[in-house]
Design a protein around this ligand. Sequence first.
Ligand SMILES: [Zn+2]
Length: 90
Amino acid sequence: METRADFSKTSQQLRTKNTTRIICPNCGNDSDFFEVADGVILTTRYIQNSDGSFVQDGDESQILGEMRLFCAECNEDLTGHHQRFVEMLF
Ligand SMILES: [Zn+2]
């Protein structure tokens, strides 16, 4: 437990140190963003039980289009930063 806590603390420090934060060039927001997926097919598989109820049995959704990134403050298109966003997604 102790080792694990130490490790996560260290990796967080490294991450902060080496990261260029995404900052909206329009309004300066660097904390709130949203991601938009184009052309999404939502496919969810269900199994019907003997009593007629359903349970979800997997999610086979596909994203066909582009993933785009926007500033949540001013809606500026930040898709140019999307690759970095994905890399920094934990
Ligand atoms: Zn903005």
